[in-house]
Write a protein that binds this ligand. Structure first.
Ligand SMILES: [Zn+2]
Length: 257
């Protein structure tokens, strides 16, 4: 009896989560209204520096992402006023379920369901639910010099972003946050998973440049840009990145209406 009830409640929760995801997903890529994203900062280690920088975060720290997206949306011919607004929630004290690194599609699917359920339980922010939720895990660079990968899910429009807890790293964190944000809107990666090199031409910011190398900017979903056939560079701020035509099409920017 209790088991049946528990299953019924769980199914109801999943249906609610799925319906919410479908509704917000369809609206988010119309580019007619402001997309609301909330950053949920999380101190991912016990370092005092991490705690201090998480406590200091405000919406101003993420404003460059909204400004960049506005410029890119305009460049692609859309005139929506303020396409993105980012607010900052109070810090979340718990870590999200870890990504099943090396897991198969079933593990990733189950993790995605657990993550969406976790996000639904830990969203204590007052006011209407944001379209996109970005859980940003801050790490002290002295303790974690290399971050493992961030994730952005279209289903549920949730991102788990690994970031450095240091003001100097703000511009680089913004590049990662923008990349994962665009994943939540349906953009795909544009780099080779083995070599990490941008895929030509869609992963190049200037695919028509002669000579092709060195590239001066990165396509945001490529993550890196090629200085030569062998040498890759990472953008250190959003000003060094752009949204290429394929990403623009994937996130609905090029839709004619
Ligand atoms: Zn990616």
């Amino acid at each position: 009896m209790f088991r049946k009830l528990r299953i019924a409640v769980l199914l109801l929760i999943l249906a609610t989560v799925a319906l919410g995801a479908w509704r917000s997903g369809a609206r988010a890529t119309e580019w007619k209204h402001t997309l609301h994203a909330t950053v949920y900062p999380i101190a991912a280690d016990a370092s005092p520096q991490t705690r201090a920088s998480v406590a200091r975060l405000s919406a101003d720290d993420f404003a460059p992402i909204a400004d960049w997206l506005q410029d890119e949306v305009r460049r692609h011919g859309r005139e929506v006023l303020r396409p993105l607004a980012i607010s900052v929630a109070p810090p979340v004290e718990l870590l999200p379920p870890p990504f099943p690194a090396g897991g198969g599609p079933v593990d990733v699917g189950l993790w995605s369901l657990r993550l969406r359920f976790w996000a639904w339980r830990h969203d204590a922010t007052p006011g209407p639910r944001p379209d996109v939720r970005l859980f940003v895990l801050y790490h002290d660079p002295a303790r974690t010099p290399r971050l493992d990968h961030s994730v952005g899910l279209r289903k549920g429009q949730i991102g788990i972003v690994k970031a450095f807890a240091s003001r100097d790293e703000g511009p680089r964190n913004a590049v990662v946050i923008a990349h994962e944000l665009l994943h939540t809107l349906g953009a795909s990666d544009k780099y080779d998973p083995q070599s990490l090199a941008p895929v030509f031409p869609e992963g190049y910011a200037e695919p028509d440049r002669q000579p092709l190398h060195p590239q001066r900017q990165a396509e945001i979903m490529a993550g890196r840009f090629a200085l030569s056939e062998e040498l890759l560079a990472m953008p250190d701020r959003l000003g060094q990145t752009l949204i290429g035509p394929q990403t623009a099409a994937e996130i609905g920017l090029l839709r004619a209406d």
